[in-house]
Design a binder for this molecule. Structure first.
Ligand code: WAQ
Ligand code: MG
Length: 252
């Protein structure tokens, strides 16, 4: 009964995603057998009480994890409060530029994100050219097989004087896994949920940089861009399959 499971959920309206349904919600986590029922319940609640609407397609996939888990330490957070969406987007672009990405590449990538806000995963972007590298046009790449170690999460909160916030917890975990790979230059994200306007830029150098306003309230367009300096099958497998704990190994 020591098995761990990778759990992935996706929900859509108007049929399954591959049949043209509109993405409502997704979720991924690692759990023990003991916690499995509770975690699946949480995913049901997440999908069926969603601000993007009521799904008519819901799928949960549970797979046993075969390989041992390694630890990825969480990124440190910084919070920028900006007075407008315009300023938020501008700041995000500046932070990406500080990671060494060219302005034209950033503009091109933001344009791509706007044209692909229906995609349920991340767009992988060549950090040198701004070209999209993944070939899953309507799906993008879903980062999976990661979860916080609860003790590390508590420690991270207290170190940074933060209170529990489910959405930030999930986003920091995902960004920490993504940025731990040496080929990742930076990530930028804002939600596709109409009521959530905070977004972030993440990188291994500068950490998790939260930006208070990345879009207008009510806007259902969001997404994720991963800027990479290299891309192949092993990178894709790292994002989708390599199981990692977010936390510090010494805390267990
Ligand atoms: N892998 C890759 N891309 C994903 C994944 C994933 N596991 N989950 C979501 N996405 C993409 C997808 O295109 C979504 O449309 C988009 O990201 C936004 O997802 O306060 O809630 O889950 O510090 O709506 C960030 C700020 C919140 C949190 C992000 O994103 C904070 C958020 P959502
Ligand atoms: Mg969403």
């Amino acid at each position: 009964m020591d098995n761990l499971f990778n759990v992935r959920m996706r929900a859509a309206k108007g049929g399954a995603h591959e049949e043209g349904g509109r993405h409502i919600s997704g979720g991924e986590l690692i759990t023990t057998h003991e916690e499995l029922r509770k975690q699946i319940h949480r995913l049901v609640d997440k999908a069926f009480a969603h601000s993007r609407g009521m799904p008519d397609f819901f799928q949960v996939k549970v797979e046993v994890i075969e390989s041992p888990l390694s630890f990825v330490p969480p990124l440190s957070p910084i919070h920028y409060v900006v007075p407008s969406v315009l300023k938020g987007r501008l700041l995000a672009k500046k932070r990406l530029a500080t990671c060494g990405i060219n302005d034209l590449v950033i503009e091109k990538a933001f344009q791509l994100l706007e044209e692909h806000s229906h995609v349920r995963g991340a767009l992988i972007i060549d950090a040198k050219t701004g070209e999209r590298l993944d070939k899953n046009f309507d799906r993008g790449v879903r980062v999976s097989a990661f979860s916080w170690k609860e003790q590390s999460y508590e420690e991270w909160l207290s170190r940074h004087r933060l209170t529990k916030q489910e959405r930030m917890k999930d986003a920091v975990a995902l960004a920490s896994k993504v940025c731990a790979h040496p080929w990742t230059v930076a990530e930028v994200c804002w939600s596709d949920d109409p009521d959530y306007v905070t977004g972030y830029v993440a990188s291994s150098t500068f950490g998790y940089e939260r930006i208070s306003h990345m879009k207008k309230r009510g806007d259902e367009r969001g997404g994720r861009l991963l800027f990479v300096e290299n891309y192949d099958e092993t990178y894709l497998r790292y994002l989708e399959e390599k199981p990692v704990w977010i936390g510090w190994e010494e805390l267990g």
